[in-house]
Design a protein around this ligand. Structure first.
Ligand SMILES: Nc1ncnc2c1ncn2[C@@H]1O[C@H](COP(=O)(O)OP(=O)(O)OP(=O)(O)O)[C@@H](O)[C@H]1O
Length: 447
């Protein structure tokens, strides 16, 4: 696409318009590719360091977009919640703190912010980001531009309202919206139509026919059960099936338990104007209480051959992040599992011996991890969150219990070919679209 002249013209027009724009479209229309190519174009026009920033709501989305999380870019601490309901006050309060001084300098340089996965950014956060950018600007600086990318009919933020309800949405974007309509991930016309209908929460004859054609009975499922990645909505079902697959992989022996050893360290984002905490004096009770809402499990089981998903961001320096999927190849003599990550773009400067790297090839890397850096992952995370933005070669859909808007759509749109999609369960009544998002698109695009 970068070599395609017509795209360069689209980018030039979009940029020269000088209007903040929302770039949208259903699954597989090329939003991520557009974002990547548009970023290169913008960086060629605005070469000053820090002037073009790509941000996303999650680590995996940020990695896919080759950007940073908006939390780290804006300096939001972990589990950040707004103190009041006025975003201007909130931004002024944050920027008034000592620790925000370097962050404000970084924000002041931004001429263009590209924000990916906007459907997962809560409206109040978008309002604060907008005010932080505005209030950090030096007098006389040209106004900044924001390009948001995403599809409000896919997954929503876990907490908070959809971003188009933000106070800043209309002032920023007005009618600035670009809809990509040609689906590239799938080519089969009936599959494309089924995804289009599913996006609107309609269980049409295309959707039902597609699901019926891809349905796998018990006999066919035997061969897929523990080999093909499953997409399913409920965490308990994910855990139960992972346990079943592990047991099978261990030939019926109980897989080994690995228990997390928790430790305490000072928050790198703490307020530096306060006295440094004494990390050696934190009681085990306070430490355990702090871990109560931690999503990483205390005890994990795995064995050689197990497919695992990283649940930490300790390995960002070598390009691995929360959500990276690999296979346990072996165990070191000290019990550290060596995990191989395929289709991995090796980060420049990666050296064998640093960050636990054991070996690497053109598109793979083997890393000795700590035993609890990951969890077994024969199945995806609930709500298909872990596979957002990915194209999967093959998947089993077990979505009969889907409960949220966009869940079935997120699962059924990942696989390019019908024959690679295997439906274990599906219920038309669970095919949900967010009514507010449907209304938003109806009014914006006049479908
Ligand atoms: N202009 C294009 N020409 C050919 N193939 C494309 C084009 N744009 C995207 N693709 C291919 O289509 C697939 C989906 O693209 P992409 O991930 O960018 O879509 P998306 O809109 O971000 O999807 P989703 O919302 O589901 O994450 C990828 O395999 C990509 O290589």
């Amino acid at each position: 696409m970068a070599a395609n002249q017509s795209w360069t013209l689209v980018f030039a027009r979009l940029f020269e318009n000088g209007v903040s724009t929302f770039i949208t479209g259903g699954p597989g229309v090329g939003k991520s590719i557009f974002l990547r190519c548009f970023t290169s174009f913008l960086r060629s026009r605005l070469p000053q360091p820090g002037s073009v920033v790509v941000a996303a709501p999650t680590g995996s989305a940020a990695k896919t977009a080759k950007g940073v999380t908006f939390h780290s870019f804006c300096g939001f601490p972990k589990n950040y919640k707004m103190q009041g309901d006025d975003p201007a006050h909130e931004a002024a309060h944050l920027l008034g703190q000592d620790r925000w001084k370097p962050i404000a300098r970084r924000l002041a340089k931004v001429e263009v912010l590209l924000l990916d996965e906007i459907s997962m950014v809560a409206a109040d956060k978008l309002d604060v980001i907008n005010k932080l950018l505005r209030q950090s600007r030096r007098q006389g600086s040209p106004p900044f531009l924001v390009y948001t990318f995403g599809d409000f009919l896919q997954l929503k933020p876990t907490i908070g309202a959809l971003a188009f309800t933000a106070r800043c949405w209309r002032p920023l974007f007005g009618d600035g919206m670009l809809e990509l309509t040609r689906v590239h991930r799938q080519e089969q016309p009936d599959f494309v139509q089924a995804i289009r209908d599913a996006r609107l929460g309609r269980c049409t004859e295309f959707v039902q026919k597609h699901m019926d054609e891809c349905f796998v009975d018990d006999e066919a499922y035997e061969a897929l059960g523990c080999t093909v990645l499953h997409l399913m909505p409920r965490h308990n079902d994910v855990i139960a099936h992972n346990a079943k697959c592990l047991l099978r992989l261990c030939l019926g022996d109980r897989p080994q338990d690995f228990v997390a050893v928790d430790s305490v360290k000072a928050d790198p984002n703490r307020d530096r104007s306060l006295r440094d905490p004494d990390v050696h004096n934190v009681s085990p009770f306070s430490r355990d209480a702090a871990f109560l809402d931690c999503i990483a499990p205390l005890r994990v089981q795995h064995c050689c051959g197990a497919r695992v998903m990283l649940v930490c961001n300790n390995l960002l320096a070598i390009g691995l992040f929360h959500g990276s999927i690999g296979n346990v190849r072996d165990y070191d003599c000290d019990g550290s599992p060596v995990v191989r990550f395929e289709n991995h773009q090796v980060v420049a400067g990666t050296r064998v011996g640093t960050h636990g790297v054991r070996d690497a090839g053109v598109d793979w890397i083997e890393v000795a991890c700590t035993p609890v850096d990951f969890e077994a992952c024969f199945f995806s995370c609930p709500g298909a969150l872990a596979v957002r933005r990915l194209t999967l070669t093959e998947a089993v859909l077990d979505v009969g219990e889907a409960f949220g808007a966009g869940m079935v759509l997120a699962a059924m749109s990942r696989v390019p070919e019908k024959r690679r999609m295997h439906v274990r369960s599906f219920s038309g009544s669970r095919l949900l679209a967010d009514p507010e998002a449907v209304r938003f698109y109806r009014m914006s695009i006049r479908w």
